[in-house]
Design a protein around this ligand. Structure first.
Ligand code: PMP
Length: 386
């Protein structure tokens, strides 16, 4: 079995989470959380509401501002398309976002363009970051909505969310943040950061797949128009029977992450430093994006003279990836790296290595050694064939 170094794509579930989900599935809380006529439903409902409290607690929100979804993809769709549909009165609206965003944000924006609303895309700075200056200098003055991710899933670069949030609040722009990669890993306070809508996922922080949430600031946004209609659950904004065990798993993952955030971050930082120290003996590579303003768990490494597929294949002992898991089964070059100005051969030679809670220092050092050996071997082969 390979050693897993693809934590940005997903994480293994924490033992505490599995235990808690198992207990919920085994107890008499299998009832429908909306069936409040009997104890089975009431018990499930209690778990759902307790979990809502815990998710709200992690980001300094009120529980009634948390809406359950199937993950950050759905949350991004609901924030952008649902907000647009709620506001749209037949006149085109102006939205803004960045070229760094996840496809679920970009495609949601594309879908509102079909209704003739206008979307402008902000180009990141040379470090792959949206800082306040970059944001304000490219912002369209008519924009009523801005969407900017917190941590980029391909490079780990952290955007200046608090500064952008304050600017948006001052200028009455609704501010949406895709926090799929940051929630539970670095601190988030939606009030302090002036966030109006925020997308969350469970499986990037050792929780189950298929569950997430959308934070909706009740004072500024209030409501979004449902994209899934039916029984009117989640105050009419997202219909469907709630998956009690998934929700309990997400809350458990968030609770554990809150307790461990400081230690996890320190450990991941040590892993990255050890990895980079070892790799420094190798020539002909660079890190894509800022190192200072990045979450240390994600490294985007460019070997401009090699192909990422060959490197991934040659790294026999480690599970690493080309970039975003959501686009690595398509053959298009990464839109994120492209927007950062990387040339095609640099994008084609980029791999992503991501560390997590269960990565050991020994793993990171072995991975660096294996990468050095793989690069040297591939370069020798290239040299021979020239
Ligand atoms: N946004 C970002 C930044 C992501 O990294 C991902 C997962 N790759 C998503 C959204 C989608 O999250 P989910 O898998 O929960 O739908």
């Amino acid at each position: 079995m390979k050693t897993y170094l693809d934590f940005a794509s997903t994480t293994p579930m924490a033992p505490e989470v599995i235990e808690e989900m198992h207990a919920v599935m085994s107890e008499d809380s299998f009832g429908n959380p909306s069936s409040l006529d009997h104890q089975f439903g009431i018990s499930a409902n209690n778990i759902v509401e307790q979990s809502r409290n815990e998710v709200a607690n992690l980001i300094n929100a009120n529980p009634e501002e948390i809406l359950w979804t199937s993950g950050a993809t759905e949350s991004n769709n609901l924030a952008i398309v649902g907000f647009h549909q709620f506001q749209y009165k037949g006149h085109p609206l102006r939205f803004t976002t960045s070229h760094l965003e996840h496809k679920s944000v970009i495609e949601s924006m594309r879908s509102i363009e079909e209704l003739e609303s206008k979307v402008s895309f902000i180009q990141p700075n040379k470090d792959g970051q949206i800082d306040l200056e970059t944001f304000t200098s490219q912002l369209n003055p008519d924009a009523i909505f801005a969407s900017c991710m917190h941590i980029n899933n391909e490079t780990g670069v952290v955007n200046e969310i608090k500064e952008i949030g304050k600017y948006c609040k001052k200028n009455e722009i609704i501010f949406h943040v895709d926090a799929a990669q940051s929630i539970g890993k670095i601190p988030i306070d939606v009030k302090e950061m002036c966030i109006d809508l925020m997308s969350m996922s469970a499986h990037k922080v050792y929780g189950p797949k298929g569950v997430g949430a959308l934070y909706i600031n009740k004072d500024s946004v209030g409501r979004v128009k449902s994209l899934i209609v039916g029984g009117g659950q989640e105050r009419g904004m997202r219909s469907g029977t709630l998956p009690t065990h998934q929700i309990a798993g997400m809350a458990s993952a968030y609770r554990v992450s809150k307790q461990r955030m400081h230690d996890d971050l320190e450990h991941i930082q040590q892993c990255r430093d050890a990895f980079l120290k070892k790799l420094s003996s190798l020539n002909g590579w660079k890190i894509n994006g800022s190192v200072e303003d990045a979450f240390p768990g994600i490294l985007s490494l460019c070997f401009h003279d090699l192909y990422s597929e060959s490197l991934i294949y040659a790294m026999e002992g480690f599970a690493i990836s080309r970039g975003s898991a959501c686009s690595s089964d398509h053959d298009e070059p990464s839109h994120v790296l492209k927007s950062m100005g990387l040339l095609d051969h640099e994008i084609n030679g980029t791999i992503r290595i991501s560390f997590g809670r269960t990565t050991s220092l020994h793993d990171t050092e072995s991975a660096a050694s294996e990468l050095i050996a793989a690069v040297t071997h591939l370069r020798n082969l290239k040299g021979d064939s020239q």
